[in-house]
Design a protein around this ligand. Structure first.
Ligand code: UD1
Ligand code: MG
Length: 435
């Protein structure tokens, strides 16, 4: 997509009261990234002059967005106290170019290809319109003879106006001069006592300026005002992420049951079964993730994982088999088989090693975490534990049911043998029964 001589301003100064949260609305996450991240990312595909207007918790939002975008965008702080509202947000905004696209920051589903459509018309104002009867929270758009006349906010609307099914989706394309002349003329004489950007429409109309409606789909222009909207937006975005990867060769079983975050990457041919969740900076290469496994910020190559495995952050798994009820964390496994019911934390395991069912790395003593090193071609019998810090060198053999408390040298056999106690016929004596 080519960059256009276009300025984009994203309004993100509001508190988002309807979210009922201490987190500013635009920092609520969708598929692992803050909602505002998505509209900035799409805007940068179209423009080299992207500005975000901040107010409530502005510094926190700026710092978070700088992690992703560094200096590629600029920030402007709104004087919320004196000029509240979406119109107040643009009070001191100066665009670089003639055409200015204004986006609400609470529209994470908007895509650059859709925003580009606003540039096709040459009217001084083009605004997005959704057609729907069952949505609330949107301004009603009065359209006659194909032109927009006025936007009436829901809170200011009469019952008759509320019945109108053309809604303001919250994206506008203005000629620079329109903002320059009408933003200073806005007033706050309305139910909310705010300066509404939407009143620019009525003011421009009084001067016979043409305002074109651009009909858009909810799929791209859904606003997020509460946590129900947030969940709906995540569903749409997650479906897009999965479609992207399936088109690139990832096989997914029952994809609607799978959750994959924006930052996850696949390479080569991978299979992801139903109910799998993959989070953070996970990188999956030529691997099979079986049903209901959870993978968090981990790297998996040429391996199969699950069903019902849990790879916690910084697990690096190469050429290995990880079976059901196995949990790993901050561990590197190269050519390892760990088939059942094990925990490998803060560990390193070498190739050819087989970890029996129920093996645990005891990596935490209540105060600090310690490392477990297991070499190549080691066989660890079932139901064993290694008390870290500990090193088990290559070619060791550990008998089932062992508690390994000391380092094992190359080629050693180790088993913990408790004293065996056998009492003949004890069962019958204990329960006072006959044999
Ligand atoms: C707004 C529109 C409404 C439209 C809807 C679409 C106005 C007056 N109303 O209503 O017609 O149907 O979006 O989603 O514009 N913001 C600021 N500064 C402020 C207030 C808000 O930057 O002082 C930002 C918010 O952070 C948010 C965006 O502007 O990202 C929209 O604000 P919001 O309160 O969600 O407006 P709506 O009530 O949804
Ligand atoms: Mg909104």
């Amino acid at each position: 997509m080519e960059k256009q001589p276009l300025s984009i301003v994203i309004l993100a100064a509001g508190k988002g009261t309807r979210m009922r949260s201490n987190t500013p609305k635009v920092l609520h996450k969708i598929c692992g990234r803050e909602m505002l991240y998505y509209s900035i990312k799409e805007s940068l595909l179209l423009s080299d002059d992207v500005c975000v207007v901040l107010g409530f918790e502005g510094e926190k939002i700026e710092n978070t967005m700088r992690i992703y975008f560094e200096d590629k965008i600029r920030f402007l702080y709104q004087d919320i106290e004196n000029f509240p509202g979406t119109g107040g947000a643009l009070k001191s905004y100066q665009p670089k170019y003639q055409k200015v696209l204004v986006l609400n920051g609470d529209m994470p589903l908007v895509q650059a290809s859709e925003l580009e459509r606003f540039l096709d018309t040459d009217t001084p104002i083009t605004m997005s319109v959704l057609e729907s009867r069952n949505l609330s929270g949107y301004g009603r758009v009065i359209i006659t003879d194909g032109e927009v006349r006025e936007i009436i906010e829901e809170k200011d609307a009469s019952a008759k106006v509320l019945a109108i099914n053309t809604l303001n989706a919250g994206v506008y394309c203005f000629d620079k001069e329109i903002l320059e002349s009408y933003i200073p003329k806005l007033s706050n004489h309305n139910v909310q006592g705010e300066y509404y950007l939407t009143d620019v429409i009525a003011l421009a109309r009084q001067d016979s300026i043409k305002i074109a409606p651009l009909f858009v789909q909810l799929e791209n222009f859904q606003g997020v005002n509460d946590k129900l909207d947030l969940a709906k937006a995540e569903e749409v975005l997650n479906a897009r992420i999965k479609a992207f990867w399936m088109k690139r060769g990832v096989i997914m079983h029952l994809p609607e049951t799978i959750y994959i975050e924006e930052s996850v990457k696949f390479f080569g041919e991978c299979v992801v079964e139903n109910g799998v969740c993959i989070y953070g900076n996970s990188k999956i290469t030529a691997s099979h993730i079986k049903a209901h496994s959870i993978v968090e910020s981990s790297t998996i190559m040429d391996s199969d994982v699950g069903p019902l495995a849990h790879l916690r952050p910084n697990s690096i798994v190469r050429n290995s088999h990880i079976g059901n009820f196995v949990e790993t964390k901050n561990s590197e496994l190269n050519g390892v088989k760990v088939g059942h019911l094990s925990y490998l934390g803060d560990s390193e395991v070498g190739s050819g090693t087989n970890i029996g069912a129920g093996f645990i790395t005891c990596n935490y003593d209540g105060r600090a975490k310690y490392k477990t090193k297991i070499g190549k071609n080691v066989f660890i019998g079932s139901d064993s534990q290694a008390i870290a810090p500990i090193t088990i060198e290559d070619d060791c053999l550990v008998g089932a049911g062992s508690t390994i408390r000391r380092n094992l040298k190359k080629g050693e056999f180790f088993i913990t043998c408790g004293k065996e106690v056998i009492k003949e016929g004890f069962f019958y004596k204990f329960f006072n029964k006959k044999a």
